[in-house]
Design a protein around this ligand. Structure first.
Ligand code: NI
Length: 170
């Protein structure tokens, strides 16, 4: 396994839509395991392949406190939604930023597992929020897109600066 580099906003590569996985191969399984290791190390509870610069519809999630219940989602799709709720979200690609986002309270999702077998999952609470957040990543969308443009501008200023070398003041 290997740790992968996580892209940070405003990197334009985070804005690309990811392609469906045609076949769950060893390469996809290795990617998913590397993503899981990277997510645990960060630490985070969800990671989507575009965040590590891979344009494939692969997501890993683990909302358990013991980091013992990894969930691998290949080509995940939400097929049913119910209710709305607000939860404070953060993102490994937008470090240090947390804000309230409104999402569906309960979702039903279809995906493939690492054996390429389809499965269905009903989720609510944190897991439901996490699934919606990660599927957004597959579509080039970030949680800060739900915030006001003023807030987004501030975040862009704050994180955009970090990438540039320090200026010398003489
Ligand atoms: Ni994220």
């Amino acid at each position: 396994m290997a740790l992968l580099e996580i892209l940070h906003y405003p990197d334009p590569r985070l804005r690309k839509s990811a392609e469906a996985v045609a076949k769950v191969t060893d390469e996809i399984r290795r990617l998913a395991e590397d993503m899981l290791e990277t997510m645990y190390k960060a630490p985070g509870i969800g990671l989507a392949a575009p965040q590590v610069n891979v344009g494939k519809r692969v997501v890993v999630i683990d909302v358990s406190e013991e980091k013992s219940s990894p969930l691998y989602l290949i080509n995940p799709e939400i097929v049913h939604r119910e209710g709305t709720e607000q939860m404070e979200e953060g993102c490994l690609s937008v470090p240090g930023v947390f804000d309230l986002v409104e999402r569906s309270e309960r979702v039903t999702m279809h995906a493939l597992n690492l054996d390429g077998k389809p499965f269905e999952l009903d989720a609510d609470g944190l897991l439901a929020v996490c699934i919606q957040h990660e599927i957004d990543h597959l579509n080039g969308k970030l949680f800060i897109d739900y915030l006001s443009s003023l807030k987004r501008q501030r975040i862009r200023k704050k994180l955009g600066k970090r990438e540039k070398p320090q200026r010398q003041v003489l």
